[in-house]
Design a protein. Structure first.
Length: 572
């Protein structure tokens, strides 16, 4: 770990970010969660490394108050609305919409998705105005597409996203839950709502429909068409839900036809006692699974060769783990804006670190020192490099039989300036060395890179891949409307009257992937954000035991959707 002087000048920092656990956990657990298997062969996004940086700046964004605001105060401050809203949210949690990694096509086994039908009926019951006034279409049977037609057909539609499915609960852990995982229990004393999906992401789904229901009740009529697109298998890759929904929208509206998309992602975090930063995610790393199969010869284990196929695989795995990808921090990485906000506005950063952050655009030395610091922090290093993780291995079938075949899978999360092919080539370099060392051939996609030998061949294959997502703009009128709405919700709503609180809107990077991976062709303005603050207890439980969220945080998410629909609806 790089040791930096704090602002007292004589005591080294013990790892600045490691002392801000609330920050690291509150930034949003979804920033680092993976989301299942991915599609094949989509185009490469990201920004070129030569993209100019205008210098560090994190000024306060001008709050954008909605012109139609009948229920803004009610959402955040009315006790009866909170009670009724939480009851509706709790009911959504009570309907289990688990989807396993391997699940059938809806047409082949609709009974597998029976709970989704129950969930759809429940939504129709609790949001009657939405189902009366919006057009509801079911795509691939269980994907929900709500369309609220706007009066101005010249305006591109706004798309709000979420997913209906939740991560399955391991039956062995049920007794470890504070409250049953599908109870939707609300503890008034702690203000926590408990259950699978509380944070991921029935909170966002119901927040979107709650806001629309209120707007309809209030008599709002939008200029811009608003679409709510709800997939049903995001946690296992989205190929039955989001992929079909995105295709449906593109066929209806055409490429680059959507004003903006908002899906699950980053949240709002307290950096210190007075500095609060919203971190909508405007980029995602790429993804590739690569399998390595060592094909050798069997035989009796009493006369083993010098190295079995398992031994060869073990050496290759060791090479991968002992030679991680180098960090490649660039100033257009979305986390740099977040770091700039922290450096400019927090009094709790060591002077030398603050200097490196702010001087990075003009000082190669500062940029290098900042890179080294980020690379030394576990919470940040994977945001500035491609990663490898050996996740699956198979080899051998019997104690006295030599393993003829050993295979393993390596999952990679690809840096925003890299690509699937660059990642593959980096891996092949080590595979080639191991093949030569042990006298094996090497092949990729059935093409021999090294000739097959008597011992056998190491086969390399890509299972699934996704290039890094295009980086969405963090300036311009569409961003200003989005970020200005966030600023208003918190500065003039959640923290109204709190002169001790300074609120800023930044950007961030996601190491995992959301359903937005299928929507790239529809717009360049894709933002992954839930307007909730959370606390350090929340992210630890996502995809795990005791998933929960505060009631107040659910209300702020509703308030954001309500105001953003209005602000985006009138934006020209």
């Amino acid at each position: 770990m790089i040791r930096l002087e704090d602002n007292k000048g004589d005591r080294p920092s013990q790892g600045f970010f490691s002392r801000h656990k609330k920050l690291l956990l509150g930034v949003g657990a979804l920033l680092t969660l993976e989301s299942g298997s991915l599609l094949y062969g989509v185009h490469h996004g990201g920004l070129p490394e030569t993209t100019p940086v205008q210098g560090p700046t994190c000024g306060k964004i001008e709050p954008l108050a909605p012109s139609f605001n009948k229920s803004v105060e009610l959402i955040l401050h009315d006790a009866e609305f909170k009670k009724e809203s939480i009851e509706r949210f709790s009911g959504a949690i009570q309907i289990s919409t688990e989807v396993e990694d391997v699940h059938p096509v809806p047409a082949d086994d609709p009974d597998y998705y029976a709970n989704f039908g129950e969930f759809h009926d429940y939504l129709a019951k609790i949001y009657p105005l939405t189902h009366e006034h919006l057009k509801l279409e079911k795509v691939n049977q269980f994907g929900l597409l709500y369309t609220w037609e706007g009066s101005d057909k010249e305006l591109e539609p706004l798309v709000l996203m979420a997913h209906q499915d939740v991560v399955p609960v391991n039956k062995k852990t049920w007794d470890d839950w504070e409250y049953p995982p599908f109870s939707g229990y609300y503890d008034k004393e702690t203000d926590y709502i408990w259950g699978r999906g509380a944070c991921d992401c029935k909170n966002l789904l119901t927040a979107e429909l709650e806001a629309i229901e209120l707007l309809l009740k209030d008599g709002y009529t939008p200029d811009r068409t608003t679409i709510v697109s709800l997939g049903f298998d995001e946690e296992s890759g989205g190929r039955q839900g989001a992929q079909h929904l995105a295709k449906f929208l593109e066929e209806r509206y055409g490429p680059d036809s959507i004003y903006a998309i908002v899906d699950e992602g980053g949240g709002v975090t307290a950096f210190d006692d007075s500095t609060i930063i919203a971190v909508p995610v405007n980029a995602e790393k790429g993804y590739v699974d690569i399998t390595y199969t060592i094909n050798g010869h069997g035989g009796h284990s009493s006369v083993p060769p010098d190295h079995t196929t398992i031994g060869v695989a073990a050496d290759l795995i060791s090479r991968f783990e002992n030679h991680p990808f180098e960090p490649t921090f660039t100033l257009d990485n979305p986390i740099y804006k977040f770091l700039t906000c922290a450096a400019e506005h927090s009094e709790d950063i060591p002077c030398s670190l603050k200097k490196d952050i702010l001087n990075a655009p003009k000082s190669p030395k500062s940029k290098e020192q900042l890179t080294q610091f980020l690379a030394s922090e576990r919470s940040y290093r994977d945001l500035i490099r491609t990663t490898r993780a050996v996740d699956i291995i198979n080899g051998g079938i019997k104690a006295n039989a030599l393993p003829e075949v050993t295979s393993f899978l390596v999952n990679h999360r690809i840096d925003i300036h890299s690509s699937v092919n660059e990642t593959l080539q980096a891996d092949l370099k080590y595979a080639r060395k191991i093949a030569k060392k042990y006298g094996y051939g090497l092949s990729y996609n059935s093409e021999y890179l090294l000739p097959e030998t008597e011992l056998g061949t190491i086969e390399v294959a890509i299972v699934q891949s996704l290039e890094p997502a295009p980086v969405s703009p963090s300036s311009g009128p569409i961003w200003d409307t989005f970020a200005g709405t966030i600023q208003n919700v918190f500065e003039n709503g959640v923290f109204a009257g709190r002169d001790d609180i300074q609120f800023y809107v930044s950007t961030y990077l996601m190491t995992g992937n959301t359903d937005t991976r299928y929507y790239w062709n529809l717009t360049k303005n894709i933002y992954r954000f839930i307007a909730s603050i959370g606390d350090e207890t929340v992210p630890k439980t996502i995809h795990s035991v005791n998933e929960h969220i505060r009631g107040e945080d659910h209300l702020s998410a509703i308030a954001f959707v309500y105001q953003y629909i209005v602000n985006a609806g009138s934006a020209k």
